[in-house]
Design a protein around this ligand. Structure first.
Ligand SMILES: NC(=O)c1ccc[n+]([C@@H]2O[C@H](COP(=O)([O-])OP(=O)(O)OC[C@H]3O[C@@H](n4cnc5c(N)ncnc54)[C@H](O)[C@@H]3O)[C@@H](O)[C@H]2O)c1
Length: 323
């Protein structure tokens, strides 16, 4: 057995955490040889809910779950953390402008970034799930100057998994057969699920589906899948978000066989300016995401990637006093 890893989950009384915590406690992030200690962060009013979640986790008697700590104190929550899932966020109020949403959430993620900077372990990895995830991650990163920027990610994996699911349904193939799918950009309706390089069982996906379906059905359906789930389920995606968060963190730590879509700080690759966090084609090697470089980008792709860059730069501008 390895020594235990400390994992912080914020928004621990919420609906995503209610799935996520069970997967973490089952050892799916660091693997079956590594016990975990959980730090659950909640706002003071929701500590009772987090307490109840912790009781149920304890009742599940996971062999790898060594400790659960519940707190509303940021410094305590991130103390010694090796991994952090930043899930808790302020939902969009009725009629609330996007700029106000960005700034209200920024006020959560700035202090969390600072607490991570001051208290987390050297190998801390942060995955921001709470929306608007990409810009929240940028705010947390900017408030943690002593932590390498590459340790701050936002989640595009749900979008990536949604894209594969739509392709699997369309072609009658298994999700596991798809490779080299990527979702570029922002976790928003502007995102660009891209099948240009994708293959299934060695065949090019673009040869199996018609272009009109790809542009007019697939791309908008993946991008608006969150709204579709709310319409049908009556609540926002939770278990699928939790599952994708585990996929992301597990792959980051343990490595990938094929491409994944991870929102990481831009490196200048593909002419995308630095200073934003966006979904890119990535592989994980030795605990670090690497951008898959050298892909040819056509005009169709370029326009969609540029639209995402512009949107993220606009979001950054809206929160510039929090950076
Ligand atoms: N990136 C993605 O793909 C993706 C997918 C689905 C949902 N989300 C986002 O994830 C977030 C959480 O979703 P949910 O369904 O679990 O919401 P939820 O409302 O059920 O739970 C959120 C929890 O966060 C807590 N919280 C709020 N502010 C906090 C703070 N400052 N510190 C700690 N905890 C705090 C709340 O008390 C609540 O218990 C939302 O922002 C949602 O939009 C992202």
């Amino acid at each position: 057995m390895n020594s235990p890893k400390k994992i912080t989950v914020t928004g621990a009384a919420g609906q995503i955490a209610y799935s996520l915590l069970w997967r973490i406690a089952n050892g799916e992030v660091y693997g079956a040889d590594t016990p975990v200690e959980l730090n659950l962060l909640e706002i003071p009013d929701a500590l009772g809910g987090a307490e109840g979640v912790a009781m149920e986790l304890a009742d599940s008697a996971f062999p790898l779950l060594h400790n659960i700590n519940i707190t509303a104190d940021l410094n305590e929550a991130f103390d010694g953390a090796n991994a952090a899932f930043l899930v808790g966020a302020k939902p969009r109020g009725k009629g609330e402008e996007r700029a106000a949403l960005l700034s209200n959430n920024g006020k959560i993620f700035g202090p969390q970034g600072k607490a991570i900077n001051d208290h987390a372990a050297q190998d801390i990895r942060v995955l921001v799930v709470g929306n608007p995830a990409n810009t929240n991650a940028l705010i947390a990163m900017s408030n943690a100057p002593d932590v390498p920027q590459s340790r701050f990610n936002a989640m595009m994996r749900l979008d990536h998994n949604r894209a594969i699911s739509q392709l699997a349904t369309k072609t009658g193939r298994l999700s596991s057969e798809f490779q080299d799918v990527v979702v570029w950009g922002n976790h928003s309706a502007a995102q660009f699920p891209d099948i240009t390089y994708a293959t299934v069982g060695g065949e090019k996906v673009a040869d199996l589906v018609d272009h009109d379906w790809y542009v007019n059905e697939f791309i908008p359906r993946v991008a608006k899948r969150g709204a579709e789930i709310i319409e049908v389920r009556g609540k926002s995606s939770a278990a699928s978000a939790a599952s994708s968060a585990v996929d992301h963190m597990r792959d980051w730590i343990q490595g990938t066989e094929t491409w994944a879509s991870a929102a990481i700080p831009s490196t200048g690759a593909y002419g995308i300016p630095e200073g934003i966090i966006l979904g890119l084609p990535t592989v994980s090697r030795n605990g670090e995401w690497e951008v898959v470089e050298g892909l040819e980008i056509n005009d169709f792709q370029r326009a969609r990637i540029d639209a995402n860059v512009e949107e993220l730069q606009g979001e950054r501008e809206a929160v510039k006093d929090l950076l």
